[in-house]
Design a protein around this ligand. Structure first.
Ligand SMILES: Nc1ncnc2c1ncn2[C@@H]1O[C@H](COP(=O)(O)OP(=O)(O)OP(=O)(O)O)[C@@H](O)[C@H]1O
Ligand SMILES: [Mg+2]
Length: 418
């Protein structure tokens, strides 16, 4: 039996993370309204911990604040049956992580155009997040995502890349609180900027820019930036230079390599100053190599690995009894008074037949035969009558119809192009 949380029916578990479980769910409304959504529910033991609850509430608040096509919109943040949860838009499409694993299993690397297309869209989304200002004071909020990783990016079926998981994201104030109370490193190992590892170094939006570089490196080389997990990654990102992309692939474009290595600079000041600068540099590369990078390029590529018809979708079902929703009133629908009478319908059909041209699709022959003849055609125009002076017109008439025998009802006047 699927669990019920308020008006949400949790149908299928998508993922289990540090903070909670993520479900594919149904949102039920009144009158039989239903749609597919995602519910992220905090682990029960964490709702007792103020710090984690603060992070979860912060994630919901950020989703509410950030309205961008590349960020799933939040539906609600609620406490029900003893559990805190976020309900949000369900995004169809594979995660970048799933795409990378599929590529690895068949030994291929993402095409340049798709990799740059994904990165350009992430630049846009993160640019919006980074530049978001407080609505009232208009002061920049200084939001950093802090957990950009392949599992937190979806290549949407609609061509729009989405950025998920604002679990550790926050404005300057929230991040300060987090840093004070957390002992360990936050984020996903393998996708953390060097400055975010050391507690004493300030972290700003260029940490997200670094990780954009990590994703681009992996998409275009098919290799991890620094192989190994845990401490290996931490030591490498703090001390080592990345292997140049052209060492993985001889055909790696020099201009793309230059942009990428700059983005991966350990020295924060040597990186592009923000997503706008990175975006411009990548656009130059795409232009120089005549690479199309639209959303369509990205979703078409995702489709080759994960056909949409295989998406996990919820089947139609009956509304669970335990949901208190209102049904539509059971009143028989009355005959629409605006429907045509048989005479009016015959008139409309006669008009249709008169307007039919040889290149138009034929009406059903039986239906045509049933059309009664027109009552009385309007009188023909007087021979002296001039066509309207302001537009030159050309008259189209059914084939075989001579000008003399023509009737006005059979004409369509089309303004001449020349
Ligand atoms: N709105 C959504 N639409 C479709 N799939 C989603 C959506 N939100 C999450 N998912 C799927 O669930 C996975 C986990 O979601 P998310 O990253 O938000 O949680 P998490 O990593 O478990 O969180 P945390 O790191 O805070 O514990 C994602 O990688 C993605 O596959
Ligand atoms: Mg995640």
């Amino acid at each position: 039996m699927p669990e019920i949380l308020g008006r949400f029916e949790l149908v299928d578990k998508l993922a289990t993370g540090g903070m909670g479980d993520v479900y594919l769910a149904k949102q039920w409304g009144d009158g039989g309204f239903v749609r597919q959504v995602v519910v992220k529910r905090l682990h029960p033991h964490l709702s007792e911990r103020p710090a984690q609850l603060d992070d979860f509430r912060n994630e919901a608040q950020l989703l509410g604040l950030l309205t961008h096509p590349g960020i799933p919109h939040i539906i609600d943040f609620r406490f029900e049956q003893g559990r805190w949860y976020i309900a949000m838009e369900h995004v169809r499409g594979p995660t970048l992580g799933a795409v990378r694993r599929a590529e690895q299993s068949i030994g291929r690397v993402m095409p340049w155009k798709a990799a740059i297309g994904v990165t350009l869209q992430l630049c846009d989304i993160l640019g919006y997040v980074h530049e978001r200002r407080d609505d009232l004071s208009d002061e920049p909020l200084g939001i950093v995502h802090g957990d950009l990783s392949p599992e937190n990016v979806i290549l949407g079926r609609d061509g729009q890349v989405r950025l998920l998981d604002f679990g550790i994201a926050g404005d300057v104030e929230h991040r300060q609180r987090q840093r004070e109370r957390e002992k360990g490193i936050r984020g996903t190992l393998g996708y953390i900027a060097p400055e975010a590892i050391s507690k004493d170094q300030p972290v700003d939006q260029r940490a997200d820019v670094f990780v954009l570089g990590v994703l681009l490196y992996e998409m275009t080389t098919g290799q991890r930036l620094f192989p190994g997990d845990g401490l290996n990654y931490v030591n490498a990102v703090l001390q080592r230079e990345p292997v140049a992309p052209s060492e993985h692939r001889r055909d790696y474009p020099a201009d793309l390599e230059a942009v990428l290595l700059r983005t991966l600079a350990r020295d924060v000041d040597a990186r592009p100053a923000g997503t706008r600068e990175l975006r411009r540099a990548l656009e130059d590369v795409a232009r120089a190599h005549e690479l199309p990078t639209s959303g369509r390029v990205v979703s078409d590529y995702a489709e080759t690995l994960f056909p949409a018809r295989e998406d996990r979708l919820l089947q139609p079902s009956v509304r669970p009894d335990s949901l208190e929703t209102r049904e539509l009133p059971a009143v028989p629908l009355e005959t629409d008074p605006n429907l045509l009478s048989p005479e009016e319908r015959a008139e409309v059909l006669a008009d249709l037949r008169d307007l039919m041209l040889p290149d138009m699709e034929e009406l059903d022959p039986d239906e045509l035969a049933s059309i009664p003849p027109r009552a009385a055609p309007p009188p023909p125009p007087s021979p002296t009558e001039e066509p309207p002076s302001e537009t030159k017109t050309r008259v189209r008439r059914p084939p075989g119809e001579s000008e003399a025998g023509a009737q006005p009802g059979f004409y369509i006047h089309v303004a001449d192009e020349d």
